[in-house]
Design a protein around this ligand. Structure first.
Ligand SMILES: Nc1ncnc2c1ncn2[C@@H]1O[C@H](COP(=O)(O)OP(=O)(O)O)[C@@H](O)[C@H]1O
Ligand SMILES: [Mg+2]
Length: 247
């Protein structure tokens, strides 16, 4: 049954690549406006889950309900139409184009879009980008390019942002910059689902932590209920030491 309080309801989702099964029955519910971080060891299926929510994997079973409607198996373009935006891992902007031109490319898919208006909307959210609008993306720092990636996703005014490992390869200052922007986007009313290796930063920014291991959710709680020691245990063994049965 659909829970109408939930914006996103993932119910026993099974997905993978072709014949390969990666997600083995994922359950996760996210409310409108929540900031959830999805953590887990390498290869757990975190990126696969984000990709599945954006229609980029092979759907094998279960439901993805967005505002009560099952969207599992839809194509990325349709997901965009539903207000879902995906910021993939790594930087995929057009290095030889300016910031302005990159945003123009991002706006290209909006039917009847008002390019100038969309761009100004994004520049209001990311003033750093406005200042550098005529510079080549490839000449910006890693952190600024990551902001550009988020800006390109935000341009369509999505309701949820799926962000995969935005801190990879960034300096500590750049990581702070990117996380501050994520927090600001969240305060502005967006739902955020963030995959991060930098668990400390992710737990500072998010309200809820979900741990994925071997293609299943093994933990889901407010961030305050999970210590870094617990997290290490969960990653390694799939359970917390404090949860162990007394001998
Ligand atoms: N395009 C793909 N084709 C086949 N297998 C993939 C593909 N992408 C990822 N995988 C596999 O899926 C599993 C989960 O990967 P991934 O979702 O990237 O994990 P995480 O993001 O948690 O590190 C890994 O075993 C990985 O090798
Ligand atoms: Mg990944």
């Amino acid at each position: 049954m659909a829970d109408t309080h939930m914006e996103l309801e993932i119910d026993n989702l099974r997905a993978g690549y072709g014949h390969l099964d990666i997600l083995h029955g994922v359950n996760l519910k996210i409310r409108h406006g929540e900031f959830v971080t999805l953590l887990g060891p390498n290869g757990a299926g975190k990126s696969t889950l984000l990709k599945s929510l954006f229609g980029m994997t092979t759907h094998k079973g279960g439901a993805i309900r967005w505002k009560g409607k099952d969207i599992a198996g839809l194509r990325p373009q349709a997901m965009l139409g539903h207000g879902i935006a995906y910021v993939p891992q790594g930087r995929c902007n057009f290095q030889l184009m300016t910031i302005d031109e990159n945003l123009e490319m991002a706006a290209y898919t909006i039917r009847d879009g008002d390019l100038k208006g969309e761009r100004e909307y994004v520049y209001d959210l990311f003033p750093i980008l406005r200042k550098r609008r005529n510079e080549l993306a490839g000449n910006m720092s890693g952190g600024e390019q990551q902001l550009l990636e988020m800006a390109m996703a935000v341009l369509r005014r999505p309701e949820i942002l799926l962000v995969d490992e935005p801190s990879v390869g960034l300096s500590p200052q750049a990581i702070t910059l990117v996380f501050n922007e994520l927090k600001r986007l969240h305060k502005g009313g967006r739902t955020v689902l963030l995959v991060e290796q930098n668990t400390r930063k992710a737990m500072e920014a998010a309200e809820r932590a979900v741990v994925l291991r071997l293609g299943k959710v093994i933990w889901d709680s407010p961030v305050g209920e999970l210590s870094s020691a617990d997290l290490g245990e969960l990653f390694m063994t799939g359970r917390r030491a404090s949860d162990a049965q007394p001998a």
